[in-house]
Design a protein around this ligand. Structure first.
Ligand code: ADP
Ligand code: ZN
Length: 627
């Protein structure tokens, strides 16, 4: 909506409309922009996709127009600066980045632009910012009043407790000490109070105004399935619900990433691996394909994803349990940034619980750190085991109260629960009997335990005379899956630990209360395969063919949409940018729907700013007429 405003307007709404082509601010954006524009410090907590970038870009533009020079944006990932700067230049905002990928001449050219005050935004990695050379340049800018603001993106990287800690972020407090008059805005999508306190402390943001948005991502549907045959479950999920769409599959180890990507490729899904063990060139290439193509599935460790702002990621799948809820929420938050329906899907099983517990136990960290990690894992396990609304639990973890969401697996298909109190007692006492048997090993793994409970006759049972145990066969009425569920729950709750090379089981002190029947345990009834299929179907949008237009377009509009997309791909290739930076799918859909006949009408479409209208307007009108 490009209302005719003067180039030099510094009103936030005018800039939003003129430069970015959006009709209105979202949520707290306007308040944040006004606060920073008028020189205040801010700490912004907003979920992924909430629209953090505009919170510093608009004040930067406004202050630049007011003669305040250049805004410095600290961003941890040099690999993504190119696209961010590309998007600004497309919108007609003079921006640049400084990083190690640039040659000497390019660096000099950009430094000249910066020192002259012509540049509106400069992106740089933290380690770059704190070099003597850069600080000298900032000194000079600051003396001339040409340092408009500092934006510190992904500010949680400063927290040593968090999962993305970057040493170089610690040096950023120098900005405040050296340039106390320059406003600073720190932004993050990590919301827990611990990290927040760390950011405030380490970046000296005590006087900053705090802006906390709701962390809800209502378009993301959360689902946790019991791990049975994880690969098949994943394939069914992608095949049934996300064929021809972009997604991310997270695995814990590099090896598993490689294997899963190769296997998906065999199943004719365009899948690429990404992890820190791959050559930097390969990593960059895979990332570029993911950003630029429409239907790539990235199979990755958590090394992948920070700063990825691809808006049309339709699903995030976890084949392994993430470390904690913060990590889970960040990772799943990469789905559906465009506000369209998206899925967060996780397969979860006993081995996940055992692995994560063990990783903490065996880590060289101090006791305090371990205690904190255990607490975080417990919260995540409670989420995975929950039979009530997942979103209520997620938001509750971040201190936000809400009601049942109607858009998670448990809301959509409330699970049946059964009283497992008695079964849990039987299981625990069976472990106890093993440990107190007169001969043979004292500890056994899950398989043998369940065999004994179900009264099976196996070689091992015969070898150790376990058919004589009082717990032999006491659980014949329950299926193996149910027993696994009971055991998983007990491990999740910490009443049973799994130890050593053979994952043998032992009781902890806290098992006593359960043994005595003092703790009631309600478990979800494991869903048999056909039922799971139904859940998956009902919880999905209707499967749709690859690259289809939005369903609400009539056939003529669909044809226009497809021509616009083809045109956009051309432009994106020419400019070496992802297509969504040229125009979002939503903007193309609106053009196809409205079929504007003039530049003025085209300018009404959300996402069409003045610069883009000028650069592409005529071509788009032509494509629309021809299409
Ligand atoms: P974040 O950094 O918080 O994850 P972004 O800044 O990348 O989110 O914004 C997410 C998406 O929302 C982008 O495509 C952005 O252009 C869009 N967006 C942000 N603010 C608005 C707005 N006020 N109106 C329309 N779209 C917006
Ligand atoms: Zn729900």
């Amino acid at each position: 909506m490009s209302a005719p405003v003067s180039e030099s307007s510094t009103a936030p709404l005018a800039i939003l409309q003129q430069v970015f082509g959006y009709p209105a601010f979202r949520g707290a954006q306007e308040a944040i922009v006004e606060h920073v524009q008028s020189g205040g410090d801010a700490l912004v907590l907003m979920p992924t996709g909430g629209g953090k970038s505009l919170c510093y870009q608009i004040p930067a533009i406004a202050r630049h127009r007011g003669g305040c020079g250049v805004a410095i944006v600290v961003s941890p990932l040099i690999a993504l600066m190119h696209d961010q700067v590309g998007a600004l230049e497309e919108a007609g905002v003079h921006a640049a980045f400084l990083n190690s990928t640039l040659g000497f001449e390019a660096v000099q050219r950009i430094e000249r632009e910066m020192m002259s005050g012509r540049l509106v935004l400069l992106y740089a990695a933290p380690e770059r910012l704190t070099t003597p050379r850069m600080l000298a340049q900032l000194d000079s800018l600051s003396e001339r009043g040409l340092l408009s603001l500092f934006a510190i993106d992904e500010a949680h990287c400063v927290s040593q407790w968090g999962h993305d800690f970057r040493e170089d972020y610690l040096g950023l407090n120098v900005l405040h000490e050296r340039y106390p008059a320059v406003p600073r805005i720190a932004l993050t999508a990590t919301a827990d109070t611990h990290t927040r306190a760390d950011i405030i402390e380490r970046l000296a943001l005590h006087d900053a105004r705090l802006f906390i948005s709701s962390f809800d991502r209502p378009n993301i549907r959360y689902r946790v399935v019991e791990k049975d045959e994880p690969r098949k479950q994943l394939l069914r999920f992608i095949g049934d619900e996300h064929e021809g769409e972009a997604g991310i599959v997270y695995c814990q180890t590099r090896k598993k990433v490689d294997e899963t990507a190769a296997w998906l490729a065999e199943e004719r899904i365009t899948a690429l691996p990404y992890h820190a063990g791959l050559d930097a060139g390969v990593r960059q290439q895979h990332q570029n394909r993911f950003l630029r193509d429409e239907a790539v599935v990235m199979v990755a460790t958590i090394a992948f994803g920070m700063g990825i702002d691809k808006p049309d990621v339709r699903f995030v799948a976890h084949l392994d349990l993430p470390k904690n809820i913060e990590g889970y929420y960040q990772e799943t938050g990469r789905a559906g940034r465009d506000g369209e329906p998206a899925d967060a899907w996780m397969a979860y099983g006993l081995a996940d619980v055992v692995n994560q517990r063990r990783m903490i136990d065996e880590s060289p960290a101090g006791d305090e750190f371990k205690r904190l990690q255990r607490g975080k894992l417990d919260a995540l396990l409670a989420l995975a085991e929950a039979h009530d609304c997942r979103r209520v639990r997620l938001l509750g973890y971040f201190g936000e109260a809400s009601g049942p969401c109607g858009n998670c697996d448990n809301c959509l298909t409330p699970p049946e629960v059964w009283d497992a109190t008695d079964a849990a007692r039987k299981l625990l006492s069976c472990i106890y009997r093993f440990a107190h048997a007169s001969h043979g090993p004292r500890h056994f793994g899950a398989g043998h335990l369940i065999d004994v409970l179900r009264g099976k006759t196996t070689d091992k049972v015969a070898q150790y005379g376990h058919e004589r145990l009082s717990t032999y066969g006491v659980g014949a009425d329950l299926a193996e899956m149910q027993w696994r569920g009971v055991l998983r729950q007990l491990v999740a709750l910490g009443q049973v630990v799994s130890e050593g090379e053979y994952n043998t089981l032992a009781l902890t002190d806290s098992a006593r209360a359960v043994l005595k029947g003092e703790v009631q345990m309600l478990l979800r009834v494991p869903s048999a395969a056909p039922k799971r299929g139904r859940v998956a179907k009902s919880a999905s949008r209707a499967a749709k063919p690859a690259s289809s237009a939005p369903a609400d377009l009539d056939s003529a509009a669909q044809a226009r949409y497809e021509s616009l997309r083809a045109w956009r791909s051309e432009v994106a290739r020419e400019h070496n940018l992802p297509s969504y930076i040229v125009f979002s799918n939503a903007a193309l859909a609106e053009m196809a729907r409205r079929a504007p006949g003039s530049l003025a009408e085209l300018g009404e479409v959300s996402g069409v700013g003045e610069k883009k209208l000028e650069a592409y307007g005529q071509e788009i009108l032509r494509v629309l007429q021809a299409g």
